[in-house]
Design a protein around this ligand. Structure first.
Ligand SMILES: [Zn+2]
Length: 128
């Protein structure tokens, strides 16, 4: 049995999709050869580069922040730029409530600013 290369996974795609990209690969390989440029190394490498570019495009389309979860005393925000989950707490300060970012140790950071835009937080603050 041939040894499998690590870090690779196999997928099956519809034949028309395969043919579309394989023709593109062959064209690019031929064009590179004619122009004396580096040719795509293999169809696998060619498709990996295509999919990596698609992944990057999809990541750019994501908003910076996404509301991840709500708890009794805090909300969790997903920061897609730093790829972290950030907790923003609702705290009592005297008679009023404030928002406190656990990550920045601040009540005036960009995460708190985003948390203020969440309807759940506005209801909690209004209820104080
Ligand atoms: Zn913060």
């Amino acid at each position: 049995m041939p040894a499998k290369r690590t870090g690779l996974k196999t997928i099956n795609v519809d034949e028309d999709i395969f043919n579309y990209f394989y023709e593109q690969y062959k064209r690019e390989k031929e064009n590179a050869r004619l122009l004396g440029e580096p040719e795509p190394k293999s169809f696998v490498r060619f498709m990996t580069d295509k999919l990596r570019k698609l992944k990057e495009l999809e990541e750019k389309k994501k908003p910076r922040f996404e509301h991840f979860n709500v708890y009794e005393d805090h909300v969790t925000i997903r920061d897609n730029e730093t790829k972290r989950l950030i907790d923003v707490y609702v705290k009592n300060q005297g008679v009023r409530k404030i928002l406190w970012c656990e990550f920045c140790k601040s009540q005036e950071c960009i995460h708190v600013g985003y948390a203020w835009s969440l309807s759940y937080i506005q209801r909690v603050i209004a209820g104080s």
